[in-house]
Design a protein around this ligand. Structure first.
Ligand code: EAX
Length: 325
């Protein structure tokens, strides 16, 4: 009799586990650009990959256009478990995972290929691993792109043209210091406030990659863009540690694989936007300054390194990134 009980118990446990694995689950995935954007394409790739891997048992609900708040709010939401997943630029993330600040120093990455090689190698994986100590799980490195300056006042041809411009920056101390050193008047704010502030004229300009300009029809509220490419902006695919810990090992593997697919999705759209975006900005009336003296801009923002590389403890990491290119 005892043997039959043991067998029945065993069967019940297996059925129970199977049932747990197959129980339908839903996760939200937040990002600040519109659905039709590089982050939206990443989110769609995540959802499609997860549907396939889980046999439809896990549904990813995309929350575009800042539906769950600005990137800083979303990262805080991931930490407390009100947000499950996000695709976020690294701008505000250094406030939560300090070493990530190293990625946002101006003119650090020489180009897209170099950025991908660093982020897809041991340096990038090492940074992703650090997220777990902060109630976050870094799944993969996606991409926002090289950032450019837009404004409504005048064309920016030299760093001196930045003087006095009220430029919105992300909530990132290095970016604020960089634009202060260059003579601008940086104003940190969440992306969710930027379009309204530009339209109302409370700020003169902002800085973002071409994919963000294209996705938000930036030509409707900004006249001038200068292709400074002053910062390479990664976009991390990140998960709430609390939600991650509730997954089976197999399911965790699915989230990593879906994160990698999302990262690839963002990069593919960034490449497309970089190839076609400048023509689109011009077709829609923007005055585009393409031939930029990057050395002059790099020199103008150099004080940000002196001010923060050592203070933030990322001087060695920055040197590793420079040596790896
Ligand atoms: O992540 O806040 C920003 O300027 C970001 O580049 C944007 O939200 C896309």
């Amino acid at each position: 009799m005892r043997m039959i009980n043991k067998t029945l118990t065993g069967v019940a446990v297996v059925l129970g586990m199977t049932a747990t694995t197959a129980v339908a689950q839903e996760f939200n995935l937040a990002f600040t650009p519109p659905l039709e954007s590089h982050y939206g394409d990443g989110g769609k790739a995540f959802a499609e990959t997860m549907a396939e891997l889980s046999g439809g048992a896990i549904t990813i609900n995309l929350k575009p256009a800042g539906a769950l708040g600005g990137e800083r709010d979303v990262i805080e939401g991931l930490q407390i478990g009100t947000v499950d997943l996000a695709i976020s630029s690294t701008g505000p993330i250094g406030n939560f995972v300090p070493d990530v600040y190293a990625l946002d120093f101006p003119f650090l990455f020489k180009g897209y290929d170099q950025a991908h090689a660093v982020l897809d190698g041991p340096i990038g994986q090492g940074l992703l691993d650090e997220f777990q100590a902060h109630d976050l799980v870094g799944l993969a490195w996606g991409e926002n792109g090289f950032r450019n300056v837009t404004n409504n006042t005048h064309p920016i041809n030299t760093p001196a043209d930045l003087a006095g411009l009220k430029l919105r920056t992300m909530e990132n101390k290095v970016h604020i210091a960089a634009f202060e050193a260059a003579g601008a008047a940086p104003t940190p704010m969440s992306w969710t406030e930027v379009l309204t502030s530009l339209a109302q004229g409370t700020i003169d300009g902002q800085e973002n990659p071409i994919p963000v300009l294209v996705a938000n029809n930036m030509w409707e509220i900004q006249k001038y863009v200068t292709l400074t490419q002053h910062v390479y902006s990664p976009a991390v695919v990140v998960m709430s540690k609390g939600r991650w810990d509730g997954l089976t090992e197999e399911q965790q593997g699915w989230f990593v694989e879906a994160g990698i697919a999302a990262a690839a999705g963002t990069r593919a759209t960034v490449a497309e936007n970089e190839a076609n975006g400048v023509a689109l900005l011009r077709e829609n009336g923007m005055d585009v300054v393409e031939n930029v003296d990057k050395e002059a801009f790099a020199a103008a923002v150099q004080p940000a390194y002196e001010q923060y590389a050592v203070e933030m403890g990322v001087a060695d990491l920055i040197k590793q990134i420079q040596d790896a290119q």
